[in-house]
Design a protein around this ligand. Structure first.
Ligand SMILES: Nc1ncnc2c1ncn2[C@@H]1O[C@H](COP(=O)(O)OP(=O)(O)O)[C@@H](O)[C@H]1O
Ligand SMILES: [Mg+2]
Length: 305
């Protein structure tokens, strides 16, 4: 199976993670890739956008609060948590229609919801989990048969700005990750911290835990950083000081060759407005240009393997 799982993450909120997932999904699909999007953010803003803007055919709901709970990752977690706690021998299978087609973008997605069972979000479900292999493997157990069957080229994961067990399991099962950031001092520190957290998480479970042999066999190698890209760039501002601060901070903290994309995402109201209606900006091609480079970079990294 050749699916590459990529998470888009940063512990800082409002840096454009969700917007980036939507745009990457659309442009990857446009270049002929088969894409699945997973919304792991308990805020479920991407799900809200996709459900709301999905074309209606009479039967389809267009509000997240009316979405059938069985079509959410909350349901997947809820059932798996009960299984692990009570009936560990049961095998769970989920209906195919948990995967929804996002017609406007040409990709598929699996929603999460704030409204599941009267308001049990992914964050609350994460609290019910324990820090063990069984719970950390839920997402992969669920995804593997689905990926086998549907043969996606890419799975894009919108990761929340929190470090719970659901996020950690996403780190472990992913092949790649990419970090959007804004260019200011505080966010810069956050980026290096985030990279360290991803690395430490992998190391904790797959290299230095008593179960590391099992974990490593199950999750595969450590996720590789595709790169960092800058968002909310303002045309009139010269960012050379912030940019060199980011580079030297990352160099110093990580002592590693970290790729920073030259392609940047500008602060354009049209990007925000287009996201609200579940589309990419037609007036601005920043994401189109960046997405192309992201795909090229993944291919390069694949070859180097
Ligand atoms: N390049 C951009 N220019 C202007 N507004 C943007 C841009 N990217 C995102 N936004 C807006 O900024 C807010 C935060 O973006 P979002 O993608 O939700 O960030 P995150 O997922 O990291 O919290 C949203 O209202 C979004 O529409
Ligand atoms: Mg978000």
């Amino acid at each position: 199976m050749d699916t590459k799982i990529i998470f888009v993450g940063n512990y800082k909120g409002g840096v454009g993670k969700t917007t980036s997932v939507l745009n990457f999904a659309k442009y990857f699909s446009q270049s002929g890739k088969k894409v699945l999007v997973l919304d792991l953010d308990p805020q479920s803003s991407l799900s809200e956008i996709l459900v709301k803007n999905n074309s209606q055919n009479g039967r389809q709901t267009n509000e997240l609060n009316k979405l059938d709970g069985k079509k959410t990752l909350n349901y997947v977690y809820d059932l798996h948590i009960s299984r692990i706690k009570k009936y560990n021998s049961i095998r769970l299978k989920f209906d195919d229609d948990i995967v929804q087609e996002y017609k406007k973008g040409g990709f598929d997605f699996i929603a999460s919801s704030l409204f599941y069972e009267g308001g049990i979000g992914l964050d609350e479900l994460a609290v019910r989990m324990e820090d063990t292999v069984e719970y950390l493997s839920i997402l992969k157990q669920f995804l593997d048969p689905l990926l086998e069957q549907r043969r996606y080229d890419y799975v894009l994961v919108d990761c929340p700005p929190s470090n719970n067990l659901i996020t950690r399991s996403a780190f472990l099962l992913s092949d790649y990750y990419i970090i959007p950031t804004i260019l200011d001092g505080i966010s810069t520190n956050g980026v290096a911290h985030y990279i360290k957290t991803v690395r430490n998480t992998y190391q904790q479970y797959c290299e230095s835990s008593p179960d590391s042999v099992l974990m490593k066999h199950f999750f595969g190698p450590q996720p590789k950083l595709i790169g960092i890209f800058c968002t909310f760039i303002r045309g009139q501002v010269n960012y050379s000081a912030e940019m060199s601060a980011l580079k030297s901070y990352v160099d110093r903290e990580l002592k590693d060759d970290i790729y920073i994309f030259e392609e940047e995402i500008n602060n354009y109201i049209d990007i925000a407005r287009s996201t609200q209606v579940g589309e990419s900006s037609l007036a601005r091609n920043d994401y189109q240009v960046l997405s192309k480079q992201v795909l090229a970079r993944i291919l390069e990294m694949e070859k180097a393997n």
